[in-house]
Ligand binder design. Structure first.
Ligand code: ATP
Ligand code: MG
Length: 257
C-alpha cells in the first residue's frame, strides 16, 4: 500500500502520517515514511530525535547522479540505493526518508535536484515492497509536479470547516487528473457530534469516502510541546484508537481495489 497524505495547512497531515506509519509497523509491516513537505517535521511526529539530512542537501551525490553533462542533466538518475543509505531508522520498523526543499526558480523547476527527488520518490513508491506513507506539502499547487502521481491512494485530511472541505475537493480533482483513483478523507480535530456530521455530509456531497474521524485532543498539543509522540505518551488515547480504525478501513478499501 502506497499512500500520500494531503490537505490544507495545519489540518494534521504530519500527525496522521507519523502515527499511521508506526501503526502499520506495529502490525508487522516494514514501512517507509517519506517527508515530502519542504517544511520538514515528520521525524518528530514519528519520534526520531536525529532526523536524517534531507536528500536535497547531498549536493555532491545529486550532482554525480543527475548532474549536468554536456548541458543536460539526467532524467533517470540512479536512485535504487538511496533509501538504504540515507534513511533513518525509527521506532516500530519505520524508516524515514526526508526529501527537503527544492529552491524554486521561476515557474516549475527543471533543476537536477527536482529531477532527482522525483526519480527517487517514483522509484521508492513503485519498486519497494514496504508500505509507503508520504507526508505532503500543504495545499494543492505541488500536486502536478510528479511527486505523488505514483501512489495508489491519497488521504486528504479535513478539519470541520468549509475551507478544508474545499481543499479536499480540489485535491480529489487534481489527484484524479494525475491518475490517482482512490482518494479518501479523514476528519481531524473533531470536537462535537455536529462537527462530525458536518464533515460526513460535506464529504458525501463531494463524493469523497470518509475513512474515519479523529477527535480534537489536547494530548496532541502536549505531545508536540514535549516532543514525545502520542503513541508513546498515551497509546490508549481516543486519537490512537481512531487512527487504528482508520488504518483498518484503509486496508479493507485497498483490498477492494
Ligand atoms: N486531533 C488533534 N487535536 C488537537 N491538536 C491536533 C490534532 N491534530 C493535530 N493537532 C495539532 O495541530 C498542529 C498541526 O498539526 P500537523 O503538523 O500534523 O498538521 P499539518 O497538516 O502537517 O501542518 P502543515 O500544513 O504545517 O504541514 C500540531 O500542533 C498538532 O499537534
Ligand atoms: Mg505537516
Amino acid at each position: 500500500m502506497k499512500i500520500a497524505i494531503a490537505g490544507k495547512g495545519g489540518v494534521g497531515k504530519t500527525t496522521l502520517a507519523g502515527i499511521l506509519a508506526r501503526l502499520f509497523g506495529q502490525d508487522g509491516y516494514s514501512v517507509i515514511a517519506i517527508d515530502a513537505d519542504p517544511d520538514m517535521n515528520l521525524a518528530s511526529a514519528i519520534g526520531i530525535k536525529n532526523a536524517p539530512t534531507p536528500i536535497i542537501e547531498h549536493k555532491k551525490l545529486i550532482e554525480d547522479r543527475a548532474g549536468i553533462k554536456g548541458g543536460v542533466y539526467k532524467l533517470n538518475p540512479k536512485v535504487d540505493d538511496i533509501v538504504d543509505k540515507y534513511s533513518a531508522e525509527g521506532p516500530d520498523n519505520v524508516k524515514l526518508l526526508v526529501m527537503g526543499a527544492v529552491k524554486k526558480g521561476g515557474t516549475g523547476c527543471y533543476c537536477p535536484e527536482a529531477s532527482f527527488l522525483r526519480a527517487l520518490i517514483r522509484h521508492t513508491v513503485t519498486k519497494r515492497d514496504e508500505i509507503i506513507v508520504m507526508d505532503m506539502e500543504a495545499g494543492i499547487e505541488h500536486l502536478g509536479r510528479g511527486i505523488a502521481d505514483s501512489v495508489d491512494a491519497m488521504i486528504v485530511v479535513v478539519e470541520p470547516g468549509k475551507r478544508a472541505i474545499e481543499t479536499a475537493e480540489r485535491v480529489k480533482q487534481l489527484a484524479n487528473d494525475i491518475g490517482i483513483k482512490n482518494v479518501f478523507a479523514v476528519g481531524n480535530k473533531i470536537s462535537s457530534k455536529d462537527e462530525e456530521e458536518f464533515i460526513q455530509k460535506s464529504l458525501s456531497e463531494s463524493g469523497i469516502p470518509l475513512l474515519g474521524v479523529i477527535p480534537f485532543d489536547l494530548g496532541l498539543i502536549k505531545s508536540d510541546r514535549e516532543e514525545i509522540p502520542i503513541l508513546d505518551l498515551d497509546p490508549d488515547s481516543e486519537v490512537i484508537k481512531s487512527i487504528k480504525s482508520i488504518k483498518e478501513r484503509l486496508i479493507v478499501e485497498n483490498r477492494g481495489n
